[in-house]
Ligand binder design. Structure first.
Ligand code: NAP
Length: 330
């Protein structure tokens, strides 16, 4: 495949980049040991930040897409050979390095994860960075002592990508899950994923600063941040943990030492980008086995083509996307 199509962001002198599908050649690919014929990519909030707002892009033209799965076509690294099925997410993919919104990609071998047995290339992208982050959140919460008998677990931003996968993984593992959403119209969807209770996000949003409140949750998965996180920290049970991964509700968090020194709560930072490869591989393997969501089906996924990406990237920034969106390339 010498010629291939990709979604390219170009900077035309205005603030936001211009997105267009272009025909490229292998000479347009960046450096890297492994070339991949991309089967699927996906849409994450960060893809919207890069593709629509131009955040984090260091040079133009740029191919966005922080996730890809596909088949190796060439490799100068002996660990990979043509035909191998692989996942590539994180590091600089789609941010400082050309990404997955492309029929062909070239990446450093150190970014590549072999597709674990038990997952298809399509399922790997239904998960994508959002699903990986949900899996990493559950792994970290359980490493910090969470078990289903400890009490209810709340998931904020539940109808989004990280949230939807987290609800489904936790429910499958026997947790009593409360899903918090700004879209109560998604109640049936969230219950189908396994939520025992669905609440409006206003119930989790701090309107009045209080250092500590009635303890409600054994743990929380929080891709929202801001006033939601302030509230969650003040309502964790003794020894409870919150796994913080995102910022859709804001970046500033007001808290005090009280939840930490009176209730021994744990504030766990979740980073998918630089997550060490040993832990990354382990989480992907678990996402193919004991953490594999039960709903990697039509319930959670919307499949689109390259042409539909600009519209979909704009929608995710407006909090209008439900579950996971994958892009079929191969
Ligand atoms: N740390 C990491 O490595 C990592 C990895 C992946 C993602 N993230 C971050 O995690 C967040 C979620 O990513 P995603 O791909 O799952 O995005 P997403 O699919 O858009 O989900 C985000 C959800 O947040 C909720 N939300 C949106 N605007 C909000 C607001 N103003 N206030 C409160 N809630 C709001 C919405 O859920 P409801 O409609 O249900 O309320 C939305 O669906 C993003 O901030 C992303 O950058 C971080």
């Amino acid at each position: 495949m010498d010629h291939f199509r990709a979604l390219v962001a170009d900077h035309m002198g205005e603030e936001a980049p211009k997105l267009a599908i272009k025909n490229l050649t292998t000479a347009d690919l960046p450096e890297g040991e492994v070339t991949v014929r991309v089967a699927y990519s996906s849409v994450n909030y960060k893809d919207g930040m890069v593709g629509i707002w131009g955040r984090m892009i260091q040079s133009y033209p740029h191919i966005p897409g922080i996730d890809l799965s596909g088949f190796v076509t060439e490799s100068t690294d002996p660990r990979y050979k043509p035909g191998d099925e692989v996942i590539v997410t994180s590091y600089g993919l789609g941010v400082t390095h050309h990404g997955g919104y492309s029929e062909l990609a070239r990446v450093p071998a150190s970014w590549v994860v072999p597709l674990p047995p038990g997952l298809t290339l399509r399922e790997a992208m239904i998960l994508g960075t959002a699903g990986f982050t949900a899996g990493l959140s559950v792994q970290r919460l359980e490493d910090n002592g969470l078990t289903p008998d400890k009490g209810p677990v709340v998931v904020a931003g539940a109808s989004g990508g990280v949230g939807s996968v987290a609800v489904n993984i936790l429910a499958k593992r026997g947790y009593e899950v409360t899903a918090s959403t700004g879209r109560l119209s998604e109640e049936n969807y969230l219950k189908a994923l396994g939520a025992a209770r669905v609440i409006h996000r206003d119930e989790l949003t701090e309107t009045e600063r209080k250092p500590i409140r009635r303890p409600l949750w054994a743990a929380a998965v929080d891709p929202v941040g801001g006033k939601t996180l302030s509230y969650l920290l003040s309502t964790l049970q003794y020894g409870g943990s919150v796994a913080t991964s995102g910022l859709t509700g804001g970046v500033e968090v007001e808290t005090s030492v009280y939840p930490f020194i009176l209730r021994g709560v744990n504030w766990l930072g979740i980073d998918s980008v630089e997550c060490p490869m040993e832990l990354r591989s382990r989480v992907w393997e678990r996402l193919a086995t004991d953490l594999k969501p039960t709903m990697l089906s039509n319930t959670i996924v919307n499949e689109i083509q390259l042409e539909q990406l600009p519209e979909e990237l704009a929608l995710i920034l407006q909090g209008q996307v439900r579950g996971r969106t994958i892009v079929k390339l191969g």
